[in-house]
Design a protein around this ligand. Structure first.
Ligand code: ADP
Ligand code: MG
Length: 238
């Protein structure tokens, strides 16, 4: 089943009289239950693509279809509700609220959706256990390592049981060991929990964790190679 479809997606930014084509006509489909990596150098349009796909920004041309629904047909309020209930976001700098504990950060999307704080605690704590942070539920972000903060962010992204996870350079600010843990965890959300994941990275090793790699250069899709991940796995054993 196709969960996500991008059709001739464009995003121009006007800079004075100049127009920057951050995305220059991108089309692809993502099957439910797959882990897709989006790779490309800095400035190639990766974050722009993720923002459009996640309804955080609107395209200047083309369409995003989520489960057959055109995001352009939704007003801002419906888009916000869709993001909160159906999507999970993971960012490079974690975006945790510093005054909330780990479990409250995880519960936040449910609170914003109208749930009572006390009703959300068991699920939030359960997810922190799932990401290996059962001993950290009352810690504040400042009391956690980078890898731990990112695992809290992953638990938060999962709390509403979304269909699609979107991650922008999730290992970009982590040491290699924490980065590997985060990649393993993301991999398991797809393999074990059946989530669909689109992960942006400029790191080839991280990208190889995916089932498929889309490569962006200057806002264009230059490569879409489903076998690439498996190939490099073979290469690394030789
Ligand atoms: N808000 C903006 N205003 C103007 N130009 C932007 C804006 N956001 C991104 N760009 C430009 O669009 C291009 C793609 O940016 P981005 O999607 O952030 O790339 P990446 O995530 O691959 O590094 C870059 O040339 C960048 O400078
Ligand atoms: Mg980026």
């Amino acid at each position: 089943m196709t969960l996500l479809k991008a059709e001739d997606l464009r995003r121009d930014y006007r800079m004075g009289t100049e127009s920057v084509h951050a995305l220059d006509g991108i089309s692809f489909e993502v099957e439910a239950g797959t882990f897709v990596s989006v790779m490309g150098p800095s400035g190639s349009g990766k974050s722009t693509l993720l923002h459009l796909v996640g309804g955080l920004d609107r395209p200047t041309g083309g369409k995003v279809l989520l489960d057959g629904r055109d995001l352009a047909a939704l007003d801002d309020e419906s888009l916000t509700t869709l993001r909160r209930r159906e999507l999970g976001f993971i960012f490079q700098f974690f975006n945790l609220l510093p005054t909330l504990s780990a479990w409250e950060n995880v519960a936040l999307p449910l609170l914003l959706d109208g749930k009572k704080l006390s009703d959300t605690k068991p699920r939030a704590v359960g997810l922190l256990e799932r990401v290996g942070l059962g001993q950290r539920v009352d810690h504040r972000p400042s009391q956690l390592s980078g890898g731990e903060m990112q695992r809290v962010a992953i638990a938060r992204a999962l709390v509403a049981d979304p269909v699609l996870l979107l991650a922008d350079e999730p290992t970009g600010n982590l040491d290699s060991r924490s980065g590997e843990q985060v990649l393993e965890l993301l991999r398991s959300t797809v393999t074990e929990d059946g989530k669909t994941l689109v992960m942006v990275t400029h790191d080839h090793d991280a990208a190889s964790t995916g089932d498929r790699i889309l490569t962006l250069i200057d806002g264009k899709l230059v490569q879409d190679d489903p076998s690439r991940a498996k190939l490099s796995e073979t290469e690394s054993r030789m």
